[in-house]
Design a protein around this ligand. Structure first.
Ligand code: PA5
Length: 478
């Protein structure tokens, strides 16, 4: 059944305004119509690659089907979430990378900005925390605000081998044990269907844990619309069907191989041309506190997907642009000076919101002080929107390419659209670059070195090599 009415969905359509990228509007430093036309063939091939390989687990393209193939899972998640909301005072996600950034982003975007500080009667659901980092002070601080016995812990790890998540798991398991709580009563695993250490742990406990599956063809950074994101969101009372419907709507919008009709393909093409023009920084600047963590989520999606040493033919390419998270208007008073006058090495993507749904009028007053008085009679919504437009304009006038993604408002549906659009954009860009978008070989060396330093079996030689390196490095400490 379609989500809401056709006209409502149309009203909620996310659009892209890219005038300030183009030579016709911004002058010499922009993209010419000819350059944009020239990329159409490559973009079309990227579109074909993504379309032809939709849903293929072996290519890690399973995420494309998440809006469509989870009916039973969604029903199960909704009933589990209902129980959790009744039974637990706290809900804590243990996970890192793709397992944490999505749940944090959706929480930030769709719940009250001071959710945990609201009284339970206003929140409706449990207090919510996402523990990704292994800073010990953070774990200690968590224990100051939760009672583990009254907490549902959602351990999210596809491999069950991620040191950070498993260290957290061990600490929590001990704390629950000390309180005489059965682990399976207070823990839910979101993990691989058959492989991985969480599956082994569950077997040890006779299969008692409630488990959700992170499907084979869905990598961590593309997993927010799977149970990774859906369970935490449902526990928060978020409309997860709306999120999936928004993603499906964006999929429909992006069903054409033409950059003029497919916003995700257009954005991929703009990013690709910018790379070719030597821009190596990709700033995402939402004008909304509620989308602040969208920039964090996007940075991982883009960085791990496009930053690759070699292309599919084995040529060294060292591809990618560095994503930077920024926040409007806050960073106008921090980074925008550099964006406007620093090197011509960035493309800035704004996310603008048409309706904040909270006008917040600015009262009139202090008529004798013009610098203050002019604000009166406007609203904070008008102010943030004016500053957004003004910054985009100022950047354009300074010859800095920027484009704007317009959100009619922030809700589960538009957030689903935005997520899916960024995922498609990333997949298209990876195909245009002819790289493997879905692996992350670069992070493996760091993981192995951590194993060596902590004495994991099989990493003795690496430990010796590192110790030798450290003694060399000691010469360079001042
Ligand atoms: O995008 C990715 O695949 C990574 O960021 C993973 O999500 C992250 O490394 C956590 O991995 P795992 O789910 O195996 O614990």
């Amino acid at each position: 059944m379609a989500y809401k009415t056709k006209s409502w969905r149309k009203e909620m359509r996310v659009t892209v305004d890219y005038g300030y990228m183009m030579k016709n509007v911004m002058g010499e430093r922009g993209i010419s119509d000819a350059e944009l036309s020239a990329i159409k063939g490559k973009a079309k091939n990227a579109f074909s690659y993504v379309s032809e390989n939709r849903g293929k687990d072996e290519l890690f393209m399973g995420w494309t089907e998440l809006p469509y193939n989870q009916r039973a899972i969604v029903a199960d998640i909704l009933s589990t979430a209902k129980e959790i909301r009744k039974k637990f005072k706290y809900f804590v996600v243990l996970g890192i990378g793709g397992s944490a950034l999505g749940p944090s982003m959706v929480f930030n975007a769709l719940k009250h900005l001071h959710y945990n500080e609201l009284p339970k009667s206003m929140r409706g659901g449990p207090a919510f925390y996402v523990e990704d980092n292994v800073d010990p002070t953070r774990m200690a601080a968590l224990f100051d605000v939760i009672d583990p016995a009254k907490t549902c812990f959602n351990v999210i790890s596809k491999s069950g081998a991620t040191s950070e998540t498993m260290a957290q798991f061990l600490i929590i398991a001990k704390e629950l044990g000390k309180r005489g709580v059965e682990l399976a009563d207070n823990m839910i695993f979101t993990t691989d269907a058959a492989r991985g250490n969480l599956v082994k742990i569950d077997k040890k406990y006779g299969g008692k844990f409630k488990k959700y599956v992170l499907p084979d063809g869905v990598g961590g950074r593309f997993s927010e619309l799977s149970p990774v994101g859906l369970l935490p969101a449902a526990v928060l009372g978020i409309d997860i069907k709306g999120m999936l419907a928004g993603a499906a709507y964006m999929d429909e919008i992006c069903s054409k191989p033409d950059i003029n009709k497919n916003p995700a393909l257009l954005c991929a093409a703009l990013q690709y041309i910018s790379m070719e023009k030597g821009k190596n920084i990709n700033v995402l600047m939402p004008y909304s506190d509620r989308l602040k963590l969208m920039a964090d989520w996007y940075c991982q999606l883009w960085a791990e997907s496009v930053g690759k040493a070699v292309d599919n033919a084995g040529n060294t390419v060292n591809s990618g642009t560095t994503p930077v998270k920024s926040l409007g208007v806050t960073d106008q008073h921090s980074q925008v000076q550099l964006y406007i006058e620093g090197p011509y090495d960035k493309v800035i993507t704004f996310i603008s919101v048409k309706n904040y749904n909270v006008g917040m009028p600015i009262p009139e007053g202090f008529e004798d002080i013009p610098d203050v008085a002019f604000l009166g009679g406007h609203s904070m919504e008008e102010l943030i929107q004016a500053e957004n437009k003004a910054t985009a304009y100022a950047l354009m006038r300074a010859g800095r390419m920027n484009y704007t993604i317009n959100l009619p408002e922030i809700n589960a549906f538009t957030l689903g659209e935005l997520m899916y659009m960024f995922e498609l954009q990333t997949a298209y860009a990876g195909a245009m670059l002819n790289i493997n978008t879905f692996n992350q070989p670069g992070v493996e060396n760091g993981k192995k070195a951590t194993f060596a330093l902590l004495g994991k079996k099989g990493y003795e030689a690496l430990k010796e090599e590192m110790d030798a390196g450290v003694s060399q490095n000691n010469k360079y400490i001042v």
